[in-house]
Structure formats: C-alpha cells, structure tokens
Design a protein around this ligand. Structure first.
Ligand SMILES: Nc1ncnc2c1ncn2[C@@H]1O[C@H](COP(=O)(O)OP(=O)(O)O)[C@@H](O)[C@H]1O
Ligand SMILES: [Mg+2]
Length: 405
C-alpha cells in the first residue's frame, strides 16, 4: 500500500517536472524567437530608411544619432510647400525655410541650390559624416531628403536666428549685453576649435561670418553651414564663386591665392569678434571712408595706440563690462587677422586665451605683426579653386560675384 502511494507520488512529481520544463523551455524559445524577430525587423527598417547601397557606411550608421531620411512630401507639408512666408533667408548654397513637422518639431529646411552631380550614395555619405560631427556650438543636422536632383538638408531650428540679424538687422536689432557677447565669442571659438581639431574629419568652414552664427533661446552661439562645401567640392568640375566665402571676412591668402587652411577660418573669426566688440558691421559704406572698413579702421587705431575707440560705446555702461577683458579680446582679434597666416593662432589656443588660461604676452606678438596686406576696399573678386586644380587660377570677376552662402 505504502509502496503504491510512493509510486503515485513519484509519477505525479515526474509529470509536474515535465510540465514545468516544457513551460520554461517554451518560454525561452519564445523569447529567443522574439529577439531574432525584433533584430530582423530593425534591420529591415534600417534598410527601408536608407537604401541598400548605403551599407558601406554601416559602421558610421551605428552611431547614436543617425540622420533621418525625410520624404519630400513631409518637408513640403512642413514648409507649406516652401512658401515664401516661411523663408528664413537665402545664401549662396540655397534657400532656407522654416518648417514644422507633424509632431510639432520646428526645423530649418535648406534646399541646396546647386543641382548636385553627386550620386545618392555620395550625398548620403556626406550627410552621415556631417551628422556625426556634433558639438554644442554647432547647428545640428537632423537629416536630409533626396528627390530627383533635389538635395535638401534639415537642421534644428534656432529661434533667435543669426548673429548678423541680432547685431545689424534694422528691424529686429537686439541689444546684446557684454556677457552675452563674450559667451558668443567663446562658444564660436569652441565650435571652430572642434571643427578644426576635435572631430573625426577636419573641417574648414570657409564661410565664418555673423550670419552663419545662429543663436539658441539662451543666445548660445551655434555655427551653421559647416561641412557644406563637402557637397560641392569633389564633384565640381567648374570653378564657382558661390562657395568662395563672403566679402569682408576672407583671409587675404585665400582671397588672393586660393590658399585654404584652418587659418582662413581664424581670420574670419577675428572679423566676427571685431563686429561683436564694436557693434558694427565689417563694412559700412554709410560711415566716413577712414572708418568704413572695420579691419582697416581697427588696425589703424592699433597703430595710433587708440584701440579703445573700437569698443561699442553702449557696452561701457554695462555693469558687467570690463575694459581689460575687452582689450584682451580686441587684441586676440588682431592676432587672428594678421596678414601672415602662420602667425595667427590656432583655434584651440584662442579658446585658451579667451578663457584666460593661457599665459601669453599678447602685446609683444602684436608689436611684430602686420595688418592684413590686402586693403579690404580693394578686395579682388575671387574664384574658388576646385580640389586638384592649380592654386594660381583665381581672381577678376565682377563684384557681385562674391556672395555669401
Ligand atoms: N537652423 C536655422 N534656424 C534658424 N534660422 C536659420 C537656420 N539656418 C539658417 N537660418 C536663417 O536663414 C538665413 C539664411 O541662411 P543661409 O542660406 O545659410 O544664408 P547666409 O548664411 O548667407 O545668411 C540665415 O542668415 C538665418 O537667419
Ligand atoms: Mg548660412
């Protein structure tokens, strides 16, 4: 009797264990299947968002923030069919429109004007690369759109528009206080330093100017349009003046000889710094001829030891204003705009100088330096020399041809 009871108990135990094992085993199999299914679904989604031919750059695509491929209809809707009322501006590379996506996100949509000869893969490669270049002082590229020959870039939208508008726009000029101006100068220097020295691909901006420095809601500066030249240079077979930078910001060696290095950006940065400190644009033909060109005027004041005169008078009343800091910043701007590109400091050093961390004898350097050899009043028109072509092939087009982008 007892033996029978034990046998029944053992039978039940075995049955129970079989049931438990099947349930656990089944669940594990289900989980494995689910994981595989999810993995394949992700891969498929990935392929749907980016064409197969894009697989070459799979490794870059694994970065956290990969670009979104927007459909044309989404951007058309977001910008109300690229309506003029949504237009934020137009530069040498194309028109920029404000757009609102269906989830309410605001974006800036840039239609590249040059019918790029680049294939889709090349274009997408560049987009991925530029998207991977991220810094708090660079405007974030969110994605792009390809439709036929059209190439569109989608950026984060910055509500305070550009530094040019903040400083000089007659309708909406803002009074930027001293600390804000310092923040903009330092942030721009940090963004440029990252582009030149800190990111995986060295990027020379080529068009640093007040309208390419955008301001976020807290007036933090963000450099726009970096990397855009990449879309045009490689495939460009003809010489274009449109990507040559902007009159008044161009380093002389670049304007005259087409020599492009990071130091061309350093020069342009120096001009922007002077604009911020003086509160006036780099050339203002309404002013008397000896002051019309900001750089000439500043270097002239330096010679006469009257550099203080360049400072925006409205800043002097600012409670946070410091003349010592202002002179330091003006001196750095002069270092940046020396004629000899090799004497201009690199951006990381400028960041240090601005942060007052570098123990440098600025005045001594300045004594031995020369103003830009090129009279800005006589700035020749320039062409850009495409990669691989002779550097001597430049100059002599009509004045209107130097355009911003
Ligand atoms: N991401 C953005 N957010 C807000 N405004 C922008 C953005 N990008 C560009 N803009 C505005 O559009 C204008 C035109 O830009 P762009 O075509 O690059 O020409 P440019 O730099 O020569 O002014 C800029 O000056 C700026 O006011
Ligand atoms: Mg721009």
């Amino acid at each position: 009797m007892e033996i029978q009871l034990v046998l029944t108990f053992l039978k039940n135990l075995v049955a129970f264990m079989i049931i438990v094992a099947s349930v656990v085993g089944g669940s594990v199999v289900c989980v494995i299947i689910a994981v595989f299914a999810w993995f394949f679904y992700r891969r498929k989604k990935h392929r749907l968002r980016f064409p197969d031919t894009f697989q070459d750059i799979d490794d870059i695509m694994r970065v956290e923030s990969r670009p979104t491929l927007f459909s044309y209809s989404v951007l058309k809707k977001a910008t109300k069919n690229f309506h003029i009322s949504n237009k934020l501006g137009e530069g040498g590379f194309g028109s920029v429109f404000k757009g609102v996506l269906t989830d309410g996100t605001e974006v800036a949509v840039k239609q590249l004007s040059v019918g790029s000869k680049q294939g889709n893969d090349e274009f997408l490669n560049e987009v991925v690369l530029i998207t991977s270049v991220q810094h708090r002082n660079l405007v974030k590229l969110q994605g792009c759109c390809l439709k036929g020959d059209e190439r569109i870039l989608v950026y984060e939208f910055l509500p305070n528009k550009s530094l040019h508008q903040a400083l000089f726009d007659e309708e909406q000029v803002l009074h930027l206080d001293w600390l804000t101006r310092m923040k903009i100068i330092l942030g721009t220097a940090q963004g440029l330093s990252y582009l030149h020295e800190g990111c995986r691909t060295r990027i020379i901006h080529r068009d640093i100017k007040a309208s390419n420095i955008l301001l976020d809601e807290d007036y933090n500066p963000k450099i726009a349009d970096f990397g855009l030249a990449r879309f045009f240079l490689d495939s460009q077979t003809h010489v274009s003046t449109r990507v040559a930078g902007t009159k008044g910001y161009l380093a002389p060696e670049y304007a005259l000889r087409g020599q492009l290095t990071e130091k061309a950006d350093v020069f342009s940065f120096g001009v922007v710094v002077l604009e911020l400190i003086s509160g006036r644009s780099n050339f203002d033909l309404r002013l008397p001829s000896d002051t019309a060109y900001l750089l000439d005027w500043t270097w002239g004041l330096h010679k006469k030891k009257m550099l203080k005169d360049v400072i925006d008078r409205s800043l002097v009343e600012d409670p946070c204003y410091s003349e010592e800091d202002a002179m330091r910043v003006v001196t750095i701007a002069l270092l940046c705009t020396q004629s000899d590109a090799t004497k201009r400091p690199i951006m990381s050093r400028i960041v240090l100088m601005l942060s007052r961390d570098a123990n440098i004898e600025i005045p001594e350097i300045i004594q031995n330096s020369k103003p830009p050899e090129l009279e800005l009043t006589e700035l020749p028109d320039v062409e850009v020399v495409p990669k691989g072509k002779s550097l001597t092939k430049i100059y002599s087009l009509s004045h209107e041809k130097i355009e911003g982008r």
